[in-house]
Design a protein around this ligand. Structure first.
Ligand code: ARG
Length: 367
C-alpha cells in the first residue's frame, strides 16, 4: 500500500486521497444550546434524542460505502474513520451531555491546509470528542508521512457563557432570526475561540471563513494567528436564518468560478477580492426537493454541497437534477452519486468527506 502524503490547498485540485465518513452509531444528541439554535423550528427532530434507527444507519452506510468504492474506482484512495461509542455521555469539568453525535461528517471536524490537518474546536458539546473517530487515521498519517503536521485547536470549555440565551427560546421565528443574522448576532458568544472546520473554504493562500452559529470572530482570529502565511477573510450570508457550515452556501468549483446560494448571497461589500481578480460568483440552481429528508439538520440546499474531483469533474447527488444540469452548462463533467438517504447524518457529498491529498501547491489566486 502506498504511503500517505498529506497535501491539499484548495477545494478543486485533482483529488487523490480522501476520508469518507461512516454512519455507524450516529446519535441524535439531547438538547444543548448551540445545537438547539440550529435545529429548524418546524423540525421533526425537536424534543427527541437517542441512537438513530438502525435501518437508517444501514442505509446511510450502504450509500457511503458505494460512494467510497466509486471514488476508489476512479483512482482515489479512500480511508474511513473508526467509530467510537457515541452512546457514551461526554463529561468535562465544565459540562455534561448524555450522548455524542457520530463520525459524520468529517468535513466539520478536520481542516486540511497543505501538509497540516487541524482538528477544529467544535462548538457543540456533543461533538467535543468527535476527533477521536479520526485519531487512528491521524496516527497512521503521522507514521507514514514525515512532513504531516497533526494539529488540534485549543479545546473550548463550552460553558453557558459560550451561548447567547436569546437563542434558547423554543419559537424565535425566521423574521427575528434573519434580523439577528443581519446584525451578526449569533448563538455563540465571543467568550473563547470557536470554529467548525466546515466553516472554512480553502483558496490557496486565502482562507474564507463564515462567521455564524458554529464559528465566532475569536475562532477566525485564532485561525489567522495559526496560519500566518495565509490571508483569512471573514464572510457572512445574511439570508441564512441558521448559518452553520459554509458548504451549502458558497461552493468554489475551479479557479475563477463559485456557486452561491441565491437565498444567501454574499453581500456586495464582501465581494471585493473576487471581483478584483475576475472571479465569477453565480447563483446555484434550485434544489430538486421541497423539504429535507426525515430527521435531517440541513436544508434542501445540500443540492449544492458537491465534491469537486478536479477542475473539470464534480460529484453531484443523483436526485439533484437541476444542479447537475447547471454543472453541465458550466462545462463540468458530472458524476452522479446517490446520497440523499445519508443527508440526515450531517450533510452531503462535500460534508461527508475530508481531503487528505489533492495535487498542486499553494497558489495565490487573489494577488
Ligand atoms: N447549513 C447548511 C444548510 O442546511 C448545511 C451545511 C452542512 N455542511 C456540513 N459540512 N455539515 O443549508
Amino acid at each position: 500500500m502506498q504511503k500517505t502524503v498529506v497535501n491539499s490547498w484548495n477545494e478543486w485540485d485533482p483529488l487523490k486521497h480522501v476520508i469518507v465518513g461512516r454512519a455507524d452509531d450516529c446519535h441524535i444528541p439531547p438538547e444543548e444550546p448551540a445545537l438547539d439554535a440550529k435545529v429548524p423550528e418546524d423540525s421533526d427532530m425537536r424534543g427527541q434524542w437517542g441512537r438513530r434507527p438502525q435501518e437508517t444507519i444501514d442505509r446511510a452506510n450502504e450509500l457511503l460505502d458505494n460512494f467510497a468504492s466509486m471514488l476508489e474506482k476512479r483512482g482515489v484512495r479512500v480511508d474511513r474513520p473508526t467509530s467510537i461509542d457515541h452512546s457514551l455521555p461526554a463529561t468535562t469539568p465544565d459540562f455534561h451531555t448524555e450522548s455524542q453525535f457520530g463520525c459524520m461528517p468529517p468535513r466539520d471536524v478536520l481542516l486540511t491546509v497543505g501538509s497540516e490537518m487541524l482538528e477544529a474546536t467544535m462548538s457543540y458539546r456533543c461533538r467535543w470528542f468527535e476527533y477521536l473517530n479520526y485519531r487512528p487515521l491521524m496516527q497512521q498519517y503521522f507514521d507514514e508521512d514525515p512532513n504531516f503536521r497533526h494539529e488540534s485547536a485549543p479545546k473550548p470549555r463550552l460553558t453557558d457563557a459560550d451561548y447567547h440565551p436569546d437563542y434558547l427560546s423554543e419559537k424565535i421565528g425566521d423574521a427575528k432570526r434573519l434580523e439577528w443574522a443581519a446584525k451578526k448576532f449569533f448563538v455563540t458568544t465571543e467568550e473563547e475561540p470557536l470554529f467548525d472546520a466546515a466553516d472554512v473554504l480553502r483558496f490557496g493562500r486565502d482562507l474564507v471563513v463564515q462567521h455564524g452559529f458554529t464559528t465566532n470572530l475569536k475562532g477566525i482570529e485564532w485561525l489567522r494567528r495559526h496560519f500566518p502565511d495565509h490571508r483569512v477573510h471573514t464572510v457572512n450570508f445574511p439570508g441564512d436564518p441558521y448559518p452553520i457550515h459554509i458548504d451549502a452556501t458558497f461552493t468554489p468549483l475551479r479557479p475563477g468560478l463559485i456557486l452561491n446560494n441565491p437565498q444567501r448571497r454574499l453581500p456586495e461589500d464582501q465581494r471585493g477580492m473576487f471581483e478584483a481578480n475576475g472571479w465569477e460568483i453565480v447563483d446555484a440552481a434550485q434544489p430538486a426537493h421541497n423539504t429535507p429528508p426525515p430527521l435531517c439538520y440541513s436544508s434542501t440546499w445540500l443540492s449544492m454541497n458537491v465534491l469537486v474531483l478536479d477542475p473539470k469533474t464534480v460529484c453531484v447527488e443523483k436526485s439533484e437534477v437541476y444542479q447537475a444540469e447547471q454543472m453541465d452548462k458550466l462545462g463540468m463533467e458530472v458524476v452522479e452519486v446517490e446520497l440523499r438517504d445519508a443527508y440526515a447524518f450531517g450533510g452531503g457529498l462535500h460534508c461527508c468527506t475530508a481531503d487528505v491529498y489533492r495535487e498542486g501547491g499553494c497558489e495565490d489566486y487573489f494577488p
